[in-house]
Write a protein of this length. Structure first.
Length: 191
C-alpha cells in the first residue's frame, strides 16, 4: 500500500467526514451476506474498517462471490500475494459486477479497496450488488433492497396533445393584472 500523507486543512476535514460515514452495522450485514453466499468465513473476523479492508484486499472472496451470483463471470482468480495480481482480482470483480447489472455510479475504484482509500464506497458497491442479485432472482441469502423494473409508458398523440393544453392553465392566470393602484417608489402607503 502506498504511503500517503494524511493531509491538512480541507483534505483532512474531507477524510474525517468520509470516515464518519462508515457504518459498522452495515459492514456486519455485508460480512454475513458474503460469508453466507460463498460458504467461506472472511479472513478477519473483527469488525472495523481496517479488518474489513484486510479481509477483501486480495479480491479472492469478491471473485468467489461474483462466481456464486453468476457462474463463470470471473474466469481466473489469482491466489498470488503480488500486488498487481490482487488488484487484478478486484478489477475482475468490478467487471463482473458491471456485467451483472450494477450501475457504474455504484462501483468503487480498485484503489478504494486495495489502498483503503474509500471503504464506504466498497460497502455501497456490495449493497448495490446484493440489490441487483434480488432483482436478478438470486435464490441464496438476501441483503439489500429490490431494484425496481422499468415502467415505460406509451401515450397516443391525442393524450400528448391534451397534456400540452393543461400546462398553460397550471402556469397561472393573472386575470389581467395591472399596476393600477400601486404606489410610486418613495411615497407613503395610505391606509
Amino acid at each position: 500500500m502506498a504511503s500517503r500523507p494524511t493531509g491538512y486543512g480541507m483534505t483532512a476535514d474531507l477524510k474525517a467526514k468520509q470516515r464518519a460515514k462508515y457504518d459498522i452495522e452495515r459492514e456486519r450485514e455485508a460480512r454475513q451476506w458474503i460469508e453466507a453466499c460463498t460458504g467461506h468465513p472472511l479472513a478477519e473476523q473483527e469488525l472495523g474498517e481496517d479488518h474489513f479492508h484486510k479481509s477483501l484486499k486480495d479480491g479472492i472472496e469478491l471473485c468467489r462471490l461474483a462466481n456464486i451470483l453468476q457462474p463463470g463471470s470471473v474466469k481466473k482468480v489469482n491466489e498470488s500475494k503480488m500486488a498487481f495480481k490482487q488488484m487484478e482480482n478486484i478489477n475482475s470483480f468490478l467487471q463482473a459486477a458491471t456485467a451483472y447489472g450494477v450501475p457504474s455510479m455504484s462501483l468503487f475504484q480498485t484503489v478504494d479497496l486495495y489502498e483503503k482509500q474509500n471503504m464506504v464506497s466498497v460497502l455501497d458497491c456490495l449493497w448495490a450488488l446484493a440489490s441487483m442479485a434480488k432483482k436478478n432472482g438470486f435464490t441464496g441469502p438476501q441483503w439489500g433492497v429490490r431494484v425496481a423494473d422499468r415502467n415505460v409508458r406509451e401515450f397516443d398523440e391525442e393524450t400528448l396533445r391534451a397534456g400540452q393544453a393543461v400546462l398553460p392553465q397550471q402556469a397561472g392566470y393573472t386575470g389581467g393584472a395591472t399596476q393600477a393602484g400601486m404606489t410610486a417608489y418613495g411615497t407613503s402607503r395610505h391606509m
